[in-house]
Design a protein around this ligand. Structure first.
Ligand code: KIV
Ligand code: NA
Length: 265
């Protein structure tokens, strides 16, 4: 199979073919998502919520992210694998940012990194790209800054914030990012930003006018039960499937109905 590269994404944008991106944190899921044709697998720091059970993305460490990325890379044949630099691994200085990005690339075999923010991280983005590492941006609702925002509400609804967002996205493009995630901003603004850029935008809660879409896999599969923002479409109800199957197993074990003679040696 032909691998998806950052160049492929650029071609897809030029052709008007939307990019399908999802999160992955482990080998088994990564294999399934890759086989299903997902173009980009994001080892998101949402692993902090989905895998580790934390309330925010802040606690996850670079070592944890590297472990998840190693697992995902082993399951992938086609997709581009992008790894989130976690909170605290790049904000200190461009030198720290580069060191973290290099660890991800050396220790995991992933293909690119993603980090949150605009003007404040442009120097780091440049330095990482100068080292030959592709970088994806992430603007709008940036969960690593949740305590600064105070809420998970839609971002850039007011003009001041929209102006800053327009500037930030152009700064990232000039710094050389190969794409930008736009999270939870008005659809019209996301469409406008997409038109103003030459690199693909990947939206989450940002409407259909982006160059591609991303969701947290556990949300679309209906595995997360207490998270239901309007931008999530549930393509399955795996929580129900899992509790049903496991419930039947528990019943069978208690009843002495599992294992059968056929299932024994
Ligand atoms: O960590 C994550 O899952 C993300 C996506 C939602 C864009 O950054
Ligand atoms: Na993230």
């Amino acid at each position: 199979v032909r691998r998806v590269t950052t160049q492929t994404l650029q071609e897809m944008r030029a052709e008007g073919t939307p990019v399908a991106m999802l999160t992955a944190y482990d080998y088994t899921s990564a294999r399934l998502l890759d086989a299903a044709g997902v173009d980009v697998l994001l080892v998101g720091d949402s692993a902090s919520n989905v895998m580790a059970g934390h309330e925010t993305t802040l606690p996850i460490t670079l070592d944890h992210m590297i472990y998840h990325a190693q697992c995902v890379v082993r399951g992938v044949q086609r997709a581009l694998v992008v790894v989130d630099l976690p909170f605290g691994s790049y904000q200190g200085s461009s030198r720290e940012a580069l060191r973290s990005a290099i660890r991800v690339m050396k220790e995991t075999g992933a293909h690119a990194v993603k980090l949150e923010g605009g003007a404040a991280v442009v120097g780091s983005v440049r330095r990482i790209i100068d080292a030959g590492i592709p970088v994806m941006g992430h603007l709008g609702l940036t969960p690593q800054s949740i305590y600064k925002f105070g809420t998970y509400k839609v971002r850039a609804r007011d003009e001041d914030e929209a102006v800053t967002l327009r500037e930030d996205v152009l700064k990232l493009e000039r710094a050389g990012v190969f794409g930008v995630v736009l999270e939870k901003i008005p659809a019209a603004l996301a469409a406008e930003l997409t038109q103003s850029l030459t690199v693909p935008t990947i939206g989450i809660g940002a409407g259909a006018g982006c160059s591609g879409q991303v969701l947290v896999t556990h949300d679309l599969l209906g595995l997360t039960q207490d998270f239901n923002p309007r931008f999530v479409r549930h393509y399955a109800d795996l929580a129900e499937t899992v509790t049903g199957a496991v419930g039947r197993y528990v019943t069978d074990v208690r009843a002495g109905a599992f294992p059968s003679a056929d299932e024994s040696y």
